[in-house]
Design a protein around this ligand. Structure first.
Ligand code: CP
Length: 328
């Protein structure tokens, strides 16, 4: 069954069926990465361009690995090595790349909506690998995949998302996805990083979920971390995104950690089998203590592993999708 969508721009546009299809396809691809020879011919002859205008370790590498494990040709372009530095526009860059007939362009950009702009002018499938503070759909998909690996279901789970909510595309995509899948999501951060306007948007997402064919997830907002952690099944910590902040949103890193940092002591409020997640990169001692990040309940590196399977699934489904079982 194909994805029935040319591009993957955000979780907002995906139905529950499309989300399930990506997760199921990723599950079928997971095993390839455990083989001694981690390569199948499924996307032989396809070309994937990774166009990254922002720094990335996990997303860029895992899209490249995903493409190569499926035998696609993968080309990486960063802003500093592209003609953007000579004044070329994003659209002109994309049109020139498209003249070389890629099948997929994966884009990360600091501006919200940049992937949508490319989707309008390109024939190639466009994948949003993070646009400003808007969405990071494959991160939310790999997070859901990791939660399912550990908890078997998402419906009914309490998921606490804590940190710099206002600047976080990961928070936005996860609120939408986990809500659609029936989780009870509690977002938490200081009022300066979870302002009232954002609260209203998130709550509107929450109330829209039922109308989007979701499984009736709920979304609540708190500024108290202990309330967010209470009985949580999943704790997702977010990085303080200093590069997106034009002003001081909290007095000091030390004070931020005191009120919103995750420590082993604080984790006692969560369920005893709670898992700890973080999209990375982590700032040790700012939003999370090292003994928690590296502790037995942390699935932070499992999230990175899940990223390869999810991105294999996305590339596969956007470039045709049918006949996979016969081909690998
Ligand atoms: N989670 C995430 O997007 O990490 P990178 O910025 O390293 O890609």
């Amino acid at each position: 069954m194909p994805l029935r969508s040319k591009d993957l721009l955000g979780i907002e546009d995906l139905s529950l069926e499309q989300i399930q299809l990506i997760l199921d396809t990723a599950e079928s691809f997971r095993e390839i990465s455990t083989r001694p020879i981690k390569k199948v011919p499924t996307l032989r002859g396809k070309t994937v361009i990774n166009l990254f205008f922002e720094a990335s370790t996990r997303t860029r590498t895992s899209f490249e690995i995903a493409a190569k494990r499926l035998s696609a040709d993968a080309i990486n372009i960063s802003a500093s090595s592209s003609s953007v530095v000579k004044g070329e526009t994003l659209v002109d860059t994309a049109r020139n790349l498209e003249a070389m007939a890629p099948d997929v362009i994966v884009i990360r950009h600091a501006s919200s909506g940049a992937p949508h702009q490319l989707a309008r002018v390109c024939r190639a499938a466009i994948v949003n690998a993070g646009d400003g503070a808007h969405e990071h759909p494959t991160q939310a998909l790999l997070d859901a995949f990791t939660i399912l690996e550990n908890k078997k279901t998402i419906e009914g789970l309490k998921v606490a998302i804590v940190g710099d909510i206002a600047h976080s595309r990961v928070a936005r995509s996860n609120c939408l996805l986990l809500g659609k899948m029936g989780a009870r999501v509690t977002v938490c951060g200081p009022p300066t990083l979870l302002p009232l306007e954002f609260e209203k948007t998130l709550c509107r997402y929450g109330s829209d979920l039922a109308g989007q064919g979701g499984r009736g997830g709920a979304l609540t907002v708190t500024h108290q971390i202990d309330e967010a952690l209470q009985d949580a099944d999943v704790v997702m910590m977010l990085r303080i995104q200093l590069e997106r902040q034009q002003e001081a949103f909290f007095p000091s890193v030390r004070e931020y950690f005191r009120y919103y940092g995750l420590s082993a002591k604080r984790m006692r409020a969560a369920r005893s089998d709670a898992i700890i997640m973080h999209p990375g990169p982590i700032n040790r001692g700012v939003e999370i203590d090292s003994d928690v990040a590296d502790g037995p309940y942390s699935v932070i590196l499992d999230q990175v592993t899940s990223g390869v399977a999810i991105r294999m699934a996305v590339l596969f489904l956007l470039t045709g999708g049918a006949g996979k079982e016969e081909e690998h």
